[in-house]
Design a protein around this ligand. Sequence first.
Ligand code: AMP
Ligand code: MG
Length: 417
Amino acid sequence: MNLARVPADFCYPDGMISVDQARAFILDRARVVSETEVVDVAASLGRVLADAHDSPIDVPGYANSAMDGYAVRSADVAEKGEARLKITLRITAGVTGGSIGAGEAARIFTGAPVPDGADAVVMQERCQVDGDHVVIPGPLKAGENIRPKGNDILAGREVLPRGLRMRPQEMGLAASVGLARLSVFRKLKVAMFSTGDELVKPGEPLPAGKIYNSNRYTMTGLLSALGCEILDMGLVEDTLDATRAAFTEAAGRADVIVTSGGVSVGEEDHVRDAVEATGHIELWRVAVKPGKPLAYGRIGEADFLGLPGNPVSTLVTFCLFVRPFLLKRQGATEVLPKPYPVVAAFEWRKAGKRREFARARLSREEGQAPKAEIFPKQGSDVLTSTVWAEGVVEIPEGNEVKPGDTILYYPFSDLLY
Ligand code: AMP
Ligand code: MG
């Protein structure tokens, strides 16, 4: 059975908005940074390309051997039986080709240019050398073990589109067409702080009633993985004045402000009021679990994204909303995670009003679709669930899940980097 999702324009009676609506709203406000800079290809990992690049050359630029062996004329080798050919050339990688005539063969090495006249390469394991001759068994197909000119890339083809986030393979590809430097969007400056008078810095003693500040470190990891320049403002006291001062400072120094905690409606929650005092809130309360009190706003030229304080909520809402926002803001075109269907190996009895993202792991058996199991404790305070998990499964609003149901799975590898 496929689980139904609420339509994107669904209205919640209590003022919450759906995950899809919230994400579309936030993405709509993500202005791509206008400044670019030029970096060496070697320093381009994770950067977003500000220009598209066409290849100026064919890769490879010449037909070359895919093997160590002998380059021959396929017509010289009989359909059945074998041919005895004279070795007249030796071609190593990095030299230019030469040519062979009828009855001749060239010793050749991987990557070396195929000589004129040759149309096949026979791997050395199949050849028998006899003095200055080589004995080659048939049959042989024209083109065998030859990588034609332009096999990988034809000159003029677009190889790197604008908006692409560089991975190791694109770094290699850029180099393979001769690019040494790339124009990329400048890094985003992201200010972050945590709120909560109960929080203590790791490394310090833990007084009664206090907990260690974990979100600061989760957020540092998340922002670093996205290549942001972090302005770490530490911990801000739970007062309106301190919170307001923190926002004023952050807005003057960063493109985006990300906070954790203090964004609900409790008397000790000052984030919303502080943003309203210095800028404005445009979105608040998303029908997502973990993570309802998520906020988006603007303070001057800076965007504000307020994450809930519960550690699992901080992580999950960052992945679902902040990551796509920051990627788009950095100029990337592919910003949404791509879930895929898996089979539930668990039961979910309580059909909630909000869309839920349960911490999950996949198990795979030969010849079967992957099955998702979930961590037994799904509380938004249970950070170990996120360490146990390899990703999250999506439980659509108003649905129960039975073992065997098809659900969507998002691997952390797609959500965190
Ligand atoms: P809040 O959103 O401020 O109401 O916080 C919700 C819950 O998350 C409370 O139990 C807080 O103690 C906890 N919490 C808030 N901020 C952090 C943080 N930086 N690290 C760990 N736990 C936090
Ligand atoms: Mg708090």
